[in-house]
Design a protein around this ligand. Structure first.
Ligand SMILES: C[S@@+](CC[C@H](N)C(=O)[O-])C[C@H]1O[C@@H](n2cnc3c(N)ncnc32)[C@H](O)[C@@H]1O
Length: 230
């Protein structure tokens, strides 16, 4: 099975299902989004201006309901985080958490990470997390998996030298695909790691655990030389 995408149009890695919110919740989202959300499209962002400081910035792709991202933002105040999902309830819940907890190191994007990535300058990120991406288990759906050659290639280009890509899945053949794709990238070094104790059990991971699944973590670092940043 090829890890390459179908050519055109761009392949969606999610099932489009933007849901509308109750009016009061929508009003809350509209108010908080002005302060804590970034548009999916627009000019390339100046990250120190966005966060008001020059700290390492991590992009978290596919935050689901956002609880893991929020927990880590509290636990790792030295990092700034951009959490992205197309899922509307997760965006709303995460905005509410940012507000309640007074977090200043999180920004949210309600949209497609593969569109938003154009707003990130090459070589500017400390890391990218993709934890338990949609599995797309059927053979005919595999081209929708987000961890594939073209996407990893673009994401690596956003990492600063020494920046990392941390992946996790509990789907065996997806873990193999992740490893195959990342091992083949000339600028990445790493592989499967023991599950880091600091990584919270995500909602999706817990659902898999309940079914007897076993999670695999993969961690890769972008080398400082050699391969071109693409
Ligand atoms: C299986 S869930 C995992 C959520 C969370 N990481 C966890 O472990 O509980 C994958 C999430 O990725 C989101 N997603 C898939 N493709 C995406 C994309 N291109 N941009 C943003 N979010 C995406 C989906 O909407 C979904 O919420």
């Amino acid at each position: 099975m090829s890890d390459e995408p179908a050519a055109h149009p761009p392949v969606r890695t999610f099932k489009p299902r933007r849901r509308s919110l109750a009016p009061a919740r929508q009003a809350m989202v509209d108010r908080l989004a002005q302060q804590w959300a970034l548009d999916e499209t627009g000019l390339v962002l100046d990250l120190p201006t966005v966060f008001g400081r020059d700290a390492g910035v991590v992009v978290d792709i596919g935050i689901g309901l956002g609880d893991t991202m929020i927990d880590l933002a509290v636990a790792q105040p030295e990092l700034d985080v951009i959490g992205i999902d197309v899922h509307t309830p997760g965006f709303a819940t995460s905005l509410a958490s940012i507000d309640e907890l007074g977090l200043t190191n999180v920004r949210l994007v309600h949209g497609d990470a593969l569109v938003f990535r154009d707003r990130i300058a090459a070589g500017s990120l400390a890391g990218v997390r993709i934890w338990f991406p949609d599995p797309w288990p059927k053979i005919r759906q595999r081209h929708r998996r987000i961890v594939r050659t073209d996407v990893v290639d673009r994401l690596v280009g956003l990492l600063r030298p020494g920046g990392w890509l941390h992946l996790a899945t509990d789907i065996d053949d997806y873990a193999q695909q992740m490893q195959r794709v990342c091992d083949a990238h000339p600028a990445l070094h790493g592989g499967v790691i023991d599950r880091p104790a600091w990584r919270p059990v995500t909602r999706y991971e817990q659902r898999g655990r309940d079914l007897g699944h076993h999670a695999v973590d993969l961690h890769y670092t972008r080398g400082s030389g050699g391969a071109a940043v693409r």
